[in-house]
Design a protein around this ligand. Structure first.
Ligand code: NAD
Length: 332
């Protein structure tokens, strides 16, 4: 493609992606499938790689999520909430492992987790007490949903600290999601009331949490899995798996299918095994997340503008089924 054509296509793709980001992140109301969205994003990434002179800081390839809704009080995250780089096949997974081992120059252990299809949340506890809950927003500033989060039973309001680990401040991060059964019932009720249906459990979870009236959130069977650490004071961790063990002790829900691997071939086998098994879960997953276990190695690897270099999301191939989103029929 010549330079002029590439520039025009990049502009066109950015406009399209920005529009879909707003529908998805701000209004919880996507109009295309995730697979179609991922295709647009991949095309933009590849053109920007070929023509780096057109990369701008406001390109959707450089930014996380969407603007926070002004109706909510805004919360600035102490540590940014980032996105994840994607891998769509075994070749891209192997490239990730190669980049990681080259950068750290040592053996690497990986923690492998299900990628829960909900929305990210950051919970700040001061001396064990829940103070603030915020959505990811644009990664730097999120929405204050503290009152809504307090209606979710799996979120502890006060933490059970072990004797040897009592952080004065801790930002506990994870996913709020709606189980498949809750999603089915919610859409049935909405159909009876002639209200627009939610496109999928992810958007239903986001729409249920980002409510100005916490009573509405309380009426939805939302649940949580916690899987990441933001800012922490008063405690040192050296491994990601240690953080997850600590979360369990504190009273959080941590996904039972998280596994620690020393060998990358086992990581890949585990990813592939979930392609078939994913439908057996009572909640939706859209992939598998692979994270470097050592926090020191994570520090060496660092971040791009948008995502950590020490983690990757293996995305499952799109399922061939037909879905109706806002009266538009799409193949996903
Ligand atoms: P992402 O969803 O691919 O990955 C990051 C997110 O994964 C985190 O914010 C977190 O919420 C989630 N996650 C779930 N389990 C996790 C775990 N165990 N560890 C860490 N994170 C975990 O990235 P994104 O930037 O949030 O969104 C991009 C994706 O959203 C696209 O690939 C597309 O699928 C979808 N999207 C769709 C549309 C649309 O119009 N259909 C628009 C925008 C985005």
């Amino acid at each position: 493609m010549d330079k002029g054509k590439a520039e025009a296509r990049i502009k066109d793709l950015r406009e399209k992606i920005n529009y879909h980001n707003k529908q998805y992140y701000v209004y919880d109301n996507p109009v295309i499938s995730d697979a179609e969205y991922d295709k647009l994003m991949r095309e933009l990434e590849s053109l920007e790689r070929e023509f780096p002179e057109f990369v701008t800081p406001d390109s959707p390839t450089q930014r996380v999520g969407g603007e926070p809704l002004p109706a909510f009080r805004q919360v600035t995250h102490r540590v940014p909430m980032m996105s994840l780089a994607d891998a769509f096949d075994e070749g891209e997974l192997k490239d990730f492992h190669r980049r990681v081992t080259e950068a750290v120059g040592q053996d690497v252990e990986y923690v492998v987790e299900l990628k829960i299809d909900g929305l990210a949340i950051s919970l700040t506890y001061e001396n064990g007490l829940l103070i603030t809950a915020a959505t990811r927003g644009d990664g730097v500033v999120g929405e204050d949903v503290t009152q809504n989060i307090k209606t979710i039973k799996s979120v502890p309001l006060r933490l059970d600290f072990p004797e040897d680990k009592k952080p004065s401040i801790i930002e506990v991060r994870g996913e709020v999601y709606l189980p498949k059964e809750g999603f089915r019932k919610l859409n049935e009720e909405r159909e009876d009331m002639e209200l627009p249906l939610f496109a999928n459990p992810r958007n239903a979870a986001a729409g249920s949490l980002r409510q100005l009236d916490p009573k509405i959130t309380a009426s939805r069977p939302l649940s949580t899995f916690m899987y990441a650490l933001g800012h922490v004071e008063g405690v040192e961790f050296t491994k990601h798996i240690e953080v997850l063990e600590f979360y369990k002790t504190c009273g959080f829900r941590v996904n039972p299918d998280i596994v620690l691997f020393k060998n990358f071939n086992d990581v890949m086998d585990y990813c592939m095994s979930w392609r078939e098994k994913r439908d057996t879960l009572p909640y939706e997953i859209d992939g598998i997340v692979i994270k470097v276990n050592s926090l020191e190695q994570q520090r060496i690897l660092g971040f791009t503008a948008k995502s950590p270099r020490w983690a990757i999301a293996y995305k499952f191939p799109a399922e061939q089924k037909t879905t109706v989103i806002n009266d538009i029929i799409v193949r996903v």
